[in-house]
Ligand binder design. Structure first.
Ligand SMILES: Cc1cc2nc3c(=O)[nH]c(=O)nc-3n(C[C@H](O)[C@H](O)[C@H](O)COP(=O)(O)OP(=O)(O)OC[C@H]3O[C@@H](n4cnc5c(N)ncnc54)[C@H](O)[C@@H]3O)c2cc1C
Length: 415
């Protein structure tokens, strides 16, 4: 980047926007040089914490005029490196544009600024009997603008889909500073090109999103959580298709293999129900009333040939928390066991999960690598964490790039 241009850009910027918005101190530049992606870092020259769309439009016009790279940033929890300013220039933080502007109960929509925290949108919707379903594990810290740009998903994707299924309209600003709008508070929107669609998942490379209209759903009044033990991972995953094809669509279907549960028991001193099981499914069933939920549980139990007495059913908030605590403790117990580990996030067709994981485990075992596998059985998204443990740094640094370039499909076919 041309340093003269940068100087002119900064002078021009300072003459037109509030100085408190512009940051060039080394602490701030360092903080905004990274996100949650491991081992990636690149310093920006300037951090701008924008307060409104007009300001952003002006910043983009000036970036264009002086040829300065610009990287938008929400809360910086991304794991794709999208918020890292790899070419330097400006990091445009949306963190101050964090208002939930409106929850419209009649139209079942929320209108929000991009920096609004996802968990807060969920809480405000819940307070009026509505639900914003997408639930990335980072929901208490990530922003909705980041969710739209990454199409964030979570355990509820199996029944409710991901962020992309809830975007009714957007306000965004193009690279030349033009403010544009798509969609609105309506469900049907078939006129013209689907501009919203191209912006979803664009990771800040196309436009800066400045306002989002979200679809909300009625909050299901009754929710039960179930823990199901299986002899093997294969049986656990096979049962997922059996449940779904019987017409029961759980809100979540999470799987945890034996190694994951053993680690939780060992490192976090937690006892788990069914300690001898080879794998568990953690399933959430929701519905319009008690009868509806119980009928779904009966159908589910019949569909997988599991005695209903062997299903642990959590109805109260405390019981539910206990079940979910185990699932949510897996990462903490991995860190307790091996602070250094390689976290891989893969997606495979649901029916291929068992074969994929079994073959992958066999491969990793053959290399003396300890792995922990868990994830969203409902939508095929599996987490594979490979632990460094006692492996020497030199050896580990050699192994990691080899693992990273391995195409999971290649491992999958190796036996
Ligand atoms: C502990 C943890 C758990 C996680 N769990 C999940 C999970 O379950 N599911 C999941 O999908 N992800 C998960 N993530 C990843 C991350 O939280 C999501 O990708 C999230 O959507 C990022 O939001 P953010 O506000 O932090 O965005 P950032 O990291 O700030 O940015 C992400 C991308 O969006 C772009 N961007 C941000 N705001 C805007 C905007 N207003 N306009 C244009 N572009 C913009 C950035 O340029 C960047 O490319 C997890 C991360 C962590 C650390």
């Amino acid at each position: 980047m041309n340093s003269k241009n940068l100087k002119f850009f900064l002078n021009d910027l300072k003459s037109q926007i509030n100085l408190s918005t512009i940051h060039t101190d080394s602490d701030t530049l360092e903080k905004y040089s990274k996100d949650e992606t491991s081992n990636l870092l690149s310093l920006p020259n300037i951090v701008i914490k924008a307060k409104n769309s007009n300001e952003i439009s002006l910043i983009l016009k000036l970036c264009n005029k002086y040829n300065i790279p610009i990287t938008p940033r929400g809360a910086g929890t991304g794991v794709t490196g999208g918020a890292i300013p790899t070419s330097g220039g400006v990091v445009l933080s949306l963190e101050y544009m964090n208002k939930i502007l409106e929850i419209d109960k009649k139209n079942m929509t929320a209108t929000v600024e991009p920096g609004a925290i996802t968990g807060e949108i969920q809480n405000e919707s819940k307070a009026v009997g509505l639900m914003y379903p997408p639930d990335p594990a980072s929901l208490d810290s990530c922003s909705i603008g980041g969710n739209v740009s990454e199409i964030a998903g979570g355990p509820k994707a199996v029944k409710y889909g991901t962020t992309k299924d809830y975007i009714l309209g957007l306000e965004f600003i193009t690279a030349d500073g033009t403010i544009m709008k798509t969609g609105g508070k309506f469900v049907k929107n078939a006129t013209g090109y689907n501009l919203t669609g191209i912006i979803l998942g664009s990771e800040g490379t196309l436009v800066i999103i400045t306002k989002i209209i979200l679809k909300l759903l009625p909050l299901p009044p009754v929710t039960y959580d179930l823990l199901l033990p299986f002899d093997t991972l294969n049986k656990a995953i096979e049962s997922v298709s059996q449940i779904l094809t019987k017409g029961v669509i759980p809100a979540t279907i999470e799987f945890m293999e034996k190694d994951a549960l053993n680690l939780v028991t060992k490192n976090l001193n937690k006892s788990i129900p069914f300690p001898n099981a080879g794998a568990h499914l953690l399933i959430q069933i929701d519905g319009i009333d008690e009868e509806n939920v119980l009928t779904q549980i009966e159908t589910l139990s019949a569909s997988i040939d599991i005695d209903i007495d062997n299903i642990l059913v959590a109805q109260s908030d405390i019981q539910k928390k206990r079940l979910w605590d185990t699932r949510r403790s897996i990462r903490d117990s991995i860190v307790a066991e091996s602070p250094i580990f390689l976290a891989e996030d893969c997606v495979v067709p649901r029916a291929s999960i068992p074969q994929f994981l079994i073959e992958l485990k066999k491969y990793l075992n053959s290399k003396n690598l300890k792995s922990i596998m868990f994830g969203h059985a409902g939508d095929g998204n599996v987490h594979i964490d490979i632990l460094k443990g006692n492996i020497e740094d030199k050896e580990w640094n050699k192994i990691v790039p080899e693992l990273k370039i391995l195409n999971p499909g290649k491992i999958f076919n190796q036996s």
